[in-house]
Design a protein around this ligand. Structure first.
Ligand code: CP
Ligand code: NVA
Length: 310
């Protein structure tokens, strides 16, 4: 039997992506209605994190609990992937004890290597190149606020990073137009742009990378930003603080946007850098809806990969 993984948005077909969002919507309604859904009763999920986390760790933990299962958390310093033991051997060991693995890594290749050697599903909980669970939660949030996804336009303003990659890939599959506006030298990796543009050709969406934040937001339904300095790039933080201020999501930039455009951020936010307090705390901001939806969407991912859907 082939094991399904979520190492990348590329692991999802457009139909899979819609199914996960629909299941998330159902699980969210059940949770709010007090209807228990122990779809993963007795199952165990390992969390292996090489970087810190609030949202990802908590939502996988709480989500597994709500589904009737358990998690076991391991920091990299505990198990030493590649130093104390090889990544393939860690995958082979964990596969004997647990029913799924979530991992947060620096290198994308570590997630792929785990998946290649695990006999249980592996989920990418963020790596340097992708953040698929975040993008799924974001598309659920966009769908809730805008009543649909096809033909909507998300403008990502800032660093062409892991979050931007996953948003482009998933937007393309769901028919969401994505514009990424970055300073020179901080564009998304070309292979992610090319893959997204190829998928977008199938769904009628456009994916484009431009320079002007004002142009990006002008026709957007959602304006998205993320930290200027991702985890692992801390030594570049000062240099990035010089380059990125024109890309700050603030009241001035929002004057170029439609009146009903929502503002999104994956969090953690660096208030006063990529986003100002007034915008983050203002009426257009849906950032905590996104954070909430991490829970619902990841439960759907877990059930999709590890369980039997009703
Ligand atoms: N957005 C997100 O992944 O948050 P954490 O880094 O806190 O998990
Ligand atoms: N791009 C950010 C996202 C954090 C959730 C980072 O990788 O640090």
């Amino acid at each position: 039997m082939t094991i399904k993984h979520l190492t990348s948005i590329n692991d999802l077909s457009p139909a899979d992506a819609v199914a996960v969002l629909n299941l998330a919507e159902r699980l969210k309604a059940e949770l709010k209605g007090g209807i228990p859904h122990p779809l993963l009763r007795g199952k165990t999920l390992a969390l292996i994190f090489e970087k810190p986390s609030l949202r990802t760790r908590t939502t996988f933990d709480v989500g597994m609990y709500q589904l009737g299962g358990y998690t076991v958390y391991m920091g990299h310093s505990d198990i030493g992937p590649g130093t104390r033991e090889t990544v393939p051997d860690i995958a082979r060991n964990l596969s004997r004890w647990v029913d799924g693995i979530v991992t947060r890594t620096f290198a994308h290749s570590t997630v792929v290597e785990l998946a290649q050697h695990a006999t249980v599903p592996v989920i990418n909980g963020l790596c340097d190149e992708e953040h698929p669970c975040q993008a799924l939660a974001d598309m659920l949030t966009l769908r809730e606020h805008k009543g649909g996804l096809q033909g909507k336009h998300l403008a990502y303003v800032g660093d062409g990073n892991n979050v931007a990659h996953s948003l482009m890939l998933l937007g393309a599959k769901l028919g969401v137009n994505v514009t990424v506006a970055t300073p020179a030298g901080y564009e998304p990796m070309p292979q992610y742009v090319e893959t997204a543009q190829r998928d977008a050709a199938q769904t009628g969406a456009f994916i484009r990378v431009i320079r002007s934040p004002e142009e990006a937001v002008a026709t957007a339904d959602a304006i998205y930003t993320d930290t200027w300095t991702s985890m692992g790039r801390e030594s570049e933080a000062e240099q990035r603080r010089q380059v990125f201020p024109p890309y700050q999501v603030n009241a001035r930039l929002l004057r170029y946007a439609k009146a009903d455009a929502i503002v999104m951020h994956c969090l953690p936010a660096h208030r006063g850098e990529e986003i100002t307090d007034d915008v983050m705390d203002g009426p257009r901001s849906v950032v905590f809806d996104q954070a909430e939806n991490r829970l619902h969407v990841q439960k759907a991912v877990l059930v999709w990969l590890m369980g039997v859907t009703r």
